[in-house]
Design a protein. Structure first.
Length: 464
């Protein structure tokens, strides 16, 4: 099937030949109508998941490979997908499929920006590691000293909690108790202080956010912990967290990205994230009238939201206001720049964001053991270290899942290879049983892209 991007390249040359005797106004109107008809026909087919749009600007794609990708997308009802594959610091493959915005019928492309959920955490870790390098704080500093008030696990009141504990999810601070309510309030007009959830007597305080194990002993995934890291970045640097990251990470790397939507020049290329409701969920009274996929976040419809007023709050007041645990918005191509910096001892082209020693610490195993769900995990400083995404290959990286987004960024620094994979909606988990290290859809797509573009490819485009 010839898809819209290939067709649209032919139309500007073909239409004027047939309409050259008409007036320019009539010609323009006819062209608009023709394009609209073609576009609607293709979109109707896509919305039924019988066809998937394929952007012509991908690198080193073949029709056979596109068929494999789009077949998986149809099986899992994936709305939009972008990937970039890197080998030896070159882009060996990239692809952009489906829709960034179903309602406005905007296709994905090289500039499509996704809110990348927990893939954001390595950015937060990079920010604090920069300050550690500068001697402004240390990995094993007591966070109480940095925050300006005493934070202790009530079950181990004599044990300090450190930055290292937060980066490895072993601080004992979990996302239980009233964390969800605190997070919701943090995004509002009157965000509460961290004191309200970390200190006994606070409005959101509960012992349920604490594990009954000493700091550094057990793994418990903590979004709240990365909010605390962001607060420390603000206290130590004297800058708002989102502004610090823009100045010291995004801009130096040449990324059109940020924790703050106001920092993006436009929202036209921001992908809408779509949450999936199963047939059983759609039968619930609260979901009456809802479809299988509903916009969950970033449904801006081309209109940039008003910036939040955060300057009235002191640095370190509430790091979650900037969503350091999951709020980076970036394209796959720009995320690949950050990945390459971590593959190359902190360097991307002529820009250095971290020392080789800091990069090594982030990727080295800092903790290993069983998670509360029983899965074995090995962790660096924010990075997950695994041999199960590609069998036998040691990879470091992070995955993300929130609001309908699903994605991965994993790499091998020894071969300077890695893959960024981002999706904005799908029935991702339809056939899974039990808890696994990676979702089936992640493994299927990552291994398909790996086998094509990293394991044996001959041709490459230099990363720009």
């Amino acid at each position: 099937m010839k898809l819209i991007f290939r067709t649209s390249r032919i139309i500007p040359r073909a239409i004027p030949q047939r309409l050259k005797k008409r007036s320019s106004g009539s010609c323009a109107a006819s062209l608009t109508i023709f394009l609209s008809i073609v576009f609607c026909m293709e979109m109707y087919s896509c919305n039924g998941f019988s066809a998937v749009l394929v952007h012509r600007d991908g690198v080193n794609r073949t029709e056979a490979f596109d068929r494999k990708i789009t077949s998986i997308m149809r099986d899992y009802k994936i709305i939009g997908l972008s990937f970039v594959a890197i080998k030896n610091n070159s882009i060996t493959g990239s692809g952009f499929y489906g829709l960034a915005d179903k309602e406005r019928k905007v296709p994905t492309g090289p500039d499509t920006i996704y809110r990348i959920a927990s893939i954001s955490k390595p950015f937060t870790a990079t920010a604090i590691m920069q300050l550690v390098e500068q001697g402004r704080c240390r990995l094993d500093d007591d966070i109480s000293r940095l925050l300006g008030y005493r934070v202790r696990n009530p079950y181990y009141p004599s044990r300090p909690i450190t930055i290292r504990h937060l980066l490895t999810h072993t601080s004992g601070i979990c996302d239980g108790g009233y964390y969800e309510a605190f997070l919701f309030s943090s995004y509002g007009d009157k965000p509460p202080s961290f004191r309200e959830i970390l200190l006994e007597g606070g409005v959101f305080y509960s012992r349920s956010i604490w594990r009954r194990t000493r700091p550094g002993k057990k793994f418990c995934y903590s979004n709240l912990g990365f909010g605390i890291i962001a607060a420390i970045v603000e206290r130590v640097s004297g800058q708002r967290f989102d502004e610090y990251c823009r100045t010291n990470i995004f801009t130096p790397l040449g990324m059109n990205a940020g924790f703050n939507i106001a920092h993006l020049p436009s929202v036209d290329s921001v992908a809408v994230l779509y949450s999936h409701q199963s047939e059983k969920e759609r039968r619930l009274p609260e979901n009456a009238g809802k479809g299988e996929f509903e916009p969950a976040i970033d449904d801006y419809r081309g209109v940039k939201p008003s910036p939040r007023e955060t300057v009235k709050f002191p640095q370190g007041y509430n790091g979650l206001m900037c969503s350091p645990q999951g709020g980076v918005r970036t394209s796959a191509l720009d995320l690949a720049k950050f990945m390459m910096a971590h593959m190359n001892s902190g360097w991307y082209r002529n820009t250095k964001i971290l020392s080789s020693n800091s990069v090594w610490k982030m990727q080295a195993i800092q903790w290993s053991g069983r998670r509360p769900n029983g899965l074995y995990r090995t962790s660096g400083l924010s990075f997950h270290v695994t041999r199960n995404l590609v069998e036998g290959k040691r990879l470091a990286g992070h995955s993300g899942r929130a609001y309908g987004f699903q994605g991965t960024m994993y790499f091998d620094p020894r071969s300077n290879s890695g893959i960024v994979l981002l999706m904005n909606g799908g029935d991702y988990y339809r056939d899974e049983r039990g808890i696994t290290e990676f979702h089936d859809i992640e493994v299927s797509l990552y291994r398909l892209i790996y086998s094509r573009y990293i394991n044996g490819t001959r041709f490459a485009h230099r990363a720009r």
